[in-house]
Design a protein around this ligand. Sequence first.
Ligand SMILES: *Cc1c(COP(=O)(O)O)cnc(C)c1O
Length: 372
Amino acid sequence: MRATRAVIHLDYLRDNITLVREKTGVSVCVPVKAGAYGHGALRVAGAALAAGARYLAVATVAEGEELREGGISAPILLLSVPMPEEIPRIIGAGLEALAGDAEYIDALAEAARKAHRGVALHLKVDTGMGRIGCRPEEAGKLAARIADHGLFLAGTATHLAVSDSTAEEDRAFTTLQLDRFRTALDGIRALGIDPGIVHAANTGAVTFHKDAWFDMVRPGILLYGYAPPDGEGKPSLAVKPLMELESRIVFIKKVKKGESVSYGRIWSAPEDTFVGTIAAGYADGIPRLASGRWEVYVDSAEQGSLRPLVGRVCMDQCMVDLGPSPVASRWDRVVIFGGPAPDAGALASRAGTIPYEICCNINKRVPRVYSG
Ligand SMILES: *Cc1c(COP(=O)(O)O)cnc(C)c1O
């Protein structure tokens, strides 16, 4: 196996799911879209269900099919709108569609009829995210349309735009979204239709908005181990990051004072030092914007320590300053984030992004190694 690998702690996923179940007391839907945010969809799905998750959620039909082919029989919610030609595959794979418009609902009904099968769907209400879904006042009409087609309304859902923010204005917007959602639910119930499983809460709503929990929560990044900061900047829930990105020092050289390292020559040695080359770069998922702004954990036999990345991060390699009298040696393990190094959330802040993007960007060529 190559030097660079992502270690995924599935035992932490179990702990995080348990924490969310205990906190909310409702069912959990685990978003495993984008390869479970880079952690590997099938393994994460299996561990999530074993830990008591009720639903899985994907973004594409192919992601849902991959889970079915891997033997997953739990309910899978398709969060995004597919192309019309993909709709028969939703029926084929037994995915539950999240629909918020008549055209999609009618197309699902048509495909189900042709396949002589049923399809369960969740009505998506747009309460202020502005992405997909019907207006709150249209919810009743669409629920009736679903019923008229003889389709099963398994749930009713909305998505929150700023639930992870503790700013007053944002908290007020979430309250407004939830008010609109309740109006939509009233509209459905007024017609004598059962809205099914009611769900709205993403990560921020699990930690900050109790009134958004309803029957089921859908936190993604929280279950992968990153909680939004509370008003004091501390993590809002004690979840543990699942992912640790590690590599090896594959080369060490002495660099004399004033000599530069890597593209663009943005770094020159301030004094004679030893520089190690790590077998991972931005093509593996280390953000190039972390160049000169990050410290990695060098796991030397004698003494592990955090050492600065120096020079530009390259596509397949990056460099670490080991100091003038290093204890590190060639082939030593280096942890780029997670575990003994600061986590992907800290790296994201340094690189001007969010932990979602750091985890999703861990490239396919990086093998995942599962522990726990
Ligand atoms: C991705 C997604 C989630 C999970 O979001 P997090 O911010 O990771 O908690 C929940 N619901 C929908 C509709 C999503 O697309």
